[in-house]
Ligand binder design. Structure first.
Ligand SMILES: [Zn+2]
Length: 711
């Protein structure tokens, strides 16, 4: 017994703490070969009654194992046909020999008084005390709670476990764990409910629940069972029939290797449909599955089996529709003949039996005279399906359908709860993030100098973020674009913000703020220069305080400001006019307008109103092109401004003069009182003004824009 005692503690079996461990546990070699546990007398299965006899010998293990492994591998390969996880198939055999050696080594050691082996023994004993191995039968209870993928993995481990998988188990697992497996079950149910497909075996169901690729072409990714067909097929295989090797090898009827579409259209536009009302009965019978689309009924093109030789897909194929009709005709003729015979009153048993034999068709000759199926209520279709198409009896569908209806509500509730839990977790996470960011902004605010403190650190978008449910979005936005850009990494992941980083950030912001304050004083603009003096007055009016910086522009989202990183770069480079120009979205035409010689303005205003003048100034400012974004930002200093100003002035003056001249020229063509409106129209119309400035000949200008007088 001492030797047995030494062997009996299971070296590989640890206390089961989780399903994951349980799965691991199931892969251990000792589990399948219950000889070891049997020593303790704790575990016994009917599978290996002989194990007890040769139990103490370690040598008995390997020979018992190897044949099983190979057999298991074969069937595992079959199972793995649809799902992708090849690893599971390949791993165990690599593991086992190693384990066995170890186990063998260990079992030889205990005779020695080795400290290490003693310790090992202790731990082994402890583990065996804490957890008795689970009896294989009890695995059913564990398996019922596993998600489809784990159930599949378990089914791969050994034959006895594979045999334990039931339809109920798979349907429940798939429905409760949701996602594509659940969708597959729902699609299957709509067919199973009508008893219109071959009943999938539990293992096929399990494959359907875990499928990743089309079972026909084995290449296209597929998510769930194809609606209306109950097979795991990609759309290509359904409509264009690109499936290759699978179809060739397993298709029952077709000897040809040509690829055949999984579905075929049966058209209600055909004459035979219109002439024979019985087709209507056939097509609408519940066990006849087809997908209706317009006048087409798409039928399962031919009878097929899956890779394991199991019948798959709808019971009734395209060809069966006409066969059914033929059968109906046959029954009808027979019935008519019978009636005629009865009418002849010479009732002869021989004739009746002859008729009955004719009724039953070709292969039922040995059957006794069976009453021909009734031609109403689809009874004859039922009869035909059972006799000729191997349709399973309706009770075979019961387990699936019952489990489905019993579980679907619970599954709904569970998935709803899961969804809610997920949402509340996400909401909590988002709220925590918002809180963290708010704290960072508050802390940072305390370090920012006045008068910007409040304004610069103002953030928005919190509510929108919380409502969005997208936790990865930036949860808040600072109203100052350049500060927002600098802080964005910290707003996205608040944990990055350290005390040091915050201090540095505050300093960085303060430096910029000081610069902006200086800018707002406008002391860098001299009073002597025409342009600069005008600019000074203009900008001071535009930006009397900090608030004005934030509200000087309005956009679709409300007041906005131009304090971007580009703006900051301009200030950093001492390009103050450039920066101000940037704030004005590069439009300094108002300055141009106020500095225009008043004499000329007064004269011009005889014709042009204020709007037109502003427009003209804008055109003049942009006309020079000196002020375009690219130009002023590429310059090294602000000298461009004076140039642009001068050039704009020149253009403005010329344009005014020309308008005046043209106005005078119009004497006799346009009435005095209509002339200002006419000229304003020319200035406001971009195309007309362009033409007006380019063309020297007033006659031609008049020809081009005379119609403006009338419009
Ligand atoms: Zn395919």
């Amino acid at each position: 017994m001492t030797k047995e005692g030494a062997i009996s503690p299971l070296p590989d079996i640890q206390p089961l703490k989780s399903i994951r461990e349980c799965k691991k546990f199931l892969r251990e070699p000792t589990f399948h070969h219950v000889n070891k546990p049997l020593i303790n007398g704790k575990m016994k299965t009917a599978k290996h009654p002989n194990d007890e006899a040769d139990l103490p010998e370690e040598d008995s293990k390997p020979p018992a194992k190897r044949p099983r492994r190979k057999a298991a591998l074969k069937s595992e390969k079959l199972i793995a046909g649809m799902a992708e996880e090849d690893d599971d198939v390949k791993k165990p055999p690599a593991k086992r020999p190693r384990r066995n050696k170890k186990a063998a080594l260990k079992s030889e050691e205990p005779a020695e008084d080795d400290d290490a082996s003693d310790q090992m023994n202790k731990s082994k004993k402890r583990s065996s005390k804490e957890s008795a191995p689970i009896p294989v039968d009890a695995m059913v209870n564990v398996m019922e709670f596993l998600p489809p993928r784990s159930l599949y993995n378990i089914a791969l481990t050994c034959k006895s476990l594979r045999e334990m998988v039931t339809t109920k188990m798979v349907v429940q697992s798939a429905l409760i764990h949701g996602g594509n497996p659940s969708k597959s079950m729902t699609e299957l149910h709509s067919l199973m409910r009508n008893h219109s497909i071959h009943v999938p075996s539990p293992l096929r169901l399990l494959r359907l629940a875990n499928g990743k690729r089309c079972e026909f072409c084995l290449t296209s990714g597929t998510n769930h069972v194809r609606p209306g067909l109950g097979v795991f097929a990609c759309w290509n295989c359904v409509v264009s029939g690109k499936q290759g090797r699978w179809n060739r090898g397993y298709s029952r009827n077709s000897g040809s290797s040509s690829s055949i579409k999984l579905t075929k259209a049966w058209k209600t536009s055909w004459v035979r449909y219109r002439k024979n009302p019985i087709y209507r009965t056939i097509l609408s019978y519940s066990r006849v599955a087809s997908n209706e689309y317009g006048t087409n009924h798409y039928f399962w093109s031919e009878h097929r089996c899956d890779a394991n030789g199991e019948r798959v897909g709808p019971l009734v194929t395209w060809g069966d529709v006409d066969d059914l009709k033929g059968y109906y005709d046959q029954l009808k003729t027979a019935a008519a003949a019978k009636e005629a015979a009865a009418a002849n009153s010479t009732v002869d048993s021989a004739t009746t039996s002859n008729v009955a034999a004719a009724d039953n068709g070709n292969d039922n000759e040995e059957e006794e005279e069976e009453a021909a199926p009734s031609l109403s209520n689809g009874e004859w279709i039922e009869y035909y399906l059972t006799k000729n198409l191997n349709a399973p009896p309706k009770e075979n569908y019961a387990e699936f359908n019952e489990t489905f209806t019993n579980t679907v509500q619970m599954a709904d509730r569970i998935s709803r709860e899961r969804e809610e839990l997920k949402k509340s977790k996400r909401d909590d996470k988002m709220q925590t993030k918002v809180d963290k960011v708010e704290k960072i902004l508050d802390d940072l605010k305390a370090l920012i100098n006045e008068p910007f403190r409040e304004r610069a650190m103002k953030a928005c978008g919190k509510e929108k973020y919380l409502k969005s449910g997208m936790s990865s979005n930036q949860c808040m936005f600072l109203e100052t674009p350049f500060i927002n850009a600098w802080l964005a990494p910290y707003i996205k992941s608040p944990s990055k913000m350290t005390k040091k980083a915050m201090k540095e950030m505050a300093e960085k912001i303060n430096v910029e703020i000081e610069r902006i304050e200086k800018l707002l004083e406008m002391d860098f603009l001299s009073d002597d220069d025409d342009f600069e003096a005008a600019a000074k007055i203009f900008f001071r009016e535009c930006y009397p305080d900090v608030e004005a910086l934030y509200t000087c522009h309005s956009s679709y989202h409300g007041p906005t400001n131009m304090m971007t990183e580009e703006f900051v770069t301009l200030i950093q480079g001492g390009r103050f006019i450039g920066a101000l120009c940037y704030l004005q979205t590069n439009n300094l035409s108002p300055i141009l307008l106020v500095t225009e010689p008043s004499a000329s303005l007064a004269q011009a205003s005889k014709y042009l109103d204020e709007t037109s003048l502003k427009k003209l100034a804008k055109i003049a400012w942009y006309q020079t092109n000196t002020s375009s974004c690219a130009l002023f930002q590429d310059r090294e200093d602000d000298s461009w401004a004076a140039e642009a100003f001068a050039a704009g002035h020149k253009f403005f003056g010329e344009a005014m003069a020309k308008v005046d001249k043209y106005g005078a020229w119009l004497e006799g063509k346009v009435d005095e009182d209509k002339r200002p409106a006419f000229l304003n129209k020319i200035v406001m119309g971009y195309w007309y003004f362009d033409d007006f400035m380019k063309e020297e000949d007033f006659e031609k200008i008049w020809k081009n824009n005379a119609r403006l007088v009338r419009s």
